[in-house]
Each structure stands twice: as C-alpha cells, then as structure tokens.
Write a protein that binds this ligand. Structure first.
Ligand SMILES: [Zn+2]
Length: 293
C-alpha cells in the first residue's frame, strides 16, 4: 500500500496542512463499484477528503461519515473514515454517463446536481456531531471548504482530484487540506491566499510524479513546514458474516420467522464492498434458535 497522508504544520503554529496520495484506495473503490469515470472522480474526491478528515480524529473509536445527496443522475455518495484512515464508500448510482465540461474535465457537479453535504462525526458521545451545508459547487473540494468555514469555523483551502485513465482505472488521486489556526497573522494568510490562486491542480502535480513531500513544499515550502506524521491510507470494509447476522436479528423474530416461512432464505448486501451474504433455511432457523436464548 503506497497511499499515505502527510501531516505538517507551517509558519510556526499558524496553520496545518495534510497532503494525501490515494491512488490505490480510490482504484480499489473503482474495482468494487465498477464506477464510470465521473463517479470514480466523485467518489474518489470524497474518499480523499474523508481520509484526511479521518486522520484528524482523536480516538480509535471515532468515525467520520460524509453523506452527499443530490438531484443529479449520480444521486449521492456515502463515505466513512476512522482515525487509522481506513476508508470505504459507495455511490448511489455507480454508472453515470454525462458529457465532459467545456474545459475537458469530468463533470462531477453535473453528476451530483443540487443537494446537501452532511458531515457526521461519531465521537463516542451520546449524540454525534452533525454539520450540514448545501452543495455550493458539487465539485466536493469547494463544498468541503465551505463546510469547514460554515460548520467548524476554520478557514481552509481544500484541493481534491482524481485522474481517470483510458481503461477507466485510477491514474492519479490525491488532495490536500490547508487550515489556518487562530494564531495565524494576516501576512501568512494573504501569502497563502496568493499561493492558492496560482497553484497547479493536484492531479497535475501527481501526474508530474510529485510525491506528498514535494506537493507540501509546493504549497507551503517557503513557510517553514514541519512534518509530524506519515499515515497510511487504505480502502477497508469491516463487514463480516457476524455483523450481517446481527442486522438480520435486529429486524425481529416475527419478521425473521416470516422470511423463513415465505422465502426460506435471505440475502443481505454490503454496499461498501458489494459482497452478498446468503442465509438459507438452516441458517435462519439457527439464528432464531440462538436469539431465543
Ligand atoms: Zn463490506
């Protein structure tokens, strides 16, 4: 696994920056979901954003979810990440075929349409933190920038990108998030704003062969960056037959007895890795017997 996130600060404690390479992770998502290029880009950008945000979580049990719902043909995306940066996600409609934008880029905002982005952070408290914004661009990075400003009051710059190859596999994928901390002075802020106006796209930098360290230097190289951590990123689905069985039990004994009598079998599907779990007559009877105890 070559995917990782670089976590660094710059200009003393003025800001922090996370740079991610997520090519293998997003390619795994493509293999699971057989997404068309525009949905590979939409899902990949969301996975990359979630991966970085997952790395910001403090505790091992914390879970971050980004849920996008739109009125476009792609309909939406759900992605989760934990602080070990295990990410997974799925598009509501994996195959969307729409024309490229006039600049030749995949039309992610056209695929998602108008809608909302909801960020849920389950931090082990009674109620999870929920922040919701309208999709301001539908291109994901701009939406996350808006989310950080609006819901978390943290001025941020977000860049996310996925380059899809001719054979539909993922050629490049990555991104960065820069956040200004309260101690940042105006000079650092305006310097960074200026930098953001002229910076190359993340996919261009990755495609030129730049690694996360080089991209970090490109963004904040003249502001004394200090690297703290290199965190591996992976696409990981934690579904097991045991977990799925629990979901089956949770529908209730009556419902389950009903299934046993009518269908004599049940199939449960994991959206994140597209795995089917089959439960036959014997299995269901077995579950009923065990849950009776
Ligand atoms: Zn799964």
């Amino acid at each position: 696994m070559n995917d990782y996130i670089l976590r660094a600060t710059f200009a003393g404690d003025s800001g922090r920056i996370f740079v991610a390479n997520t090519k293998e992770t997003v390619n795994k998502a493509f293999e699971y979901h057989k997404t068309s290029p525009v949905m590979t880009a939409a899902l990949g950008r969301t996975l990359t954003g979630a991966a970085i945000m997952g790395s910001m979580l403090k505790s091992d049990d914390d879970l971050l979810t980004i849920s996008i719902k739109g009125d476009g043909p792609g309909a939406g995306i759900t992605v989760t990440a934990n602080n070990r940066v295990q990410v997974k996600g799925y598009p509501f409609n994996p195959v969307v075929d729409i024309p490229l934008k006039s600049n030749g880029k995949l039309d992610v905002s056209g695929a998602l349409g108008y809608g909302t982005m909801t960020v849920i952070k389950d931090l082990g408290l009674k109620d999870p933190y929920v922040g919701q914004i309208p999709l301001v661009s539908g291109e994901i990075a701009e939406d996350l920038t808006y989310y950080f400003a609006k819901s978390e009051q943290v001025p941020s710059a977000v860049s996310l990108g996925v380059l899809v190859d001719r054979d539909y596999t993922v050629k490049q994928s990555g991104g960065f998030i820069v956040q200004m901390l309260p101690s940042a002075d105006d000079e650092v802020i305006s310097k960074l704003e200026e930098k953001m106006k002229n910076i190359k796209s993340i996919t261009k930098m990755l495609d030129e062969g730049m690694d996360c360290e080089q991209i970090l230097n490109e963004v904040v190289g003249d502001m004394q960056p200090k690297i703290y951590e290199k965190i591996p990123v992976e696409y990981y689905c934690n579904c097991t037959r045991e977990r799925v069985e629990k979901a089956l039990i949770s529908i209730g004994r009556d419902e389950l007895t009903d299934i046993l009598e009518k269908d004599k079998q049940a199939t449960l599907h994991c959206h994140f890795c597209n795995k089917d779990y089959h439960f036959y007559e014997n299995d269901i009877r077995d579950i009923l017997n065990r849950s009776a105890k």
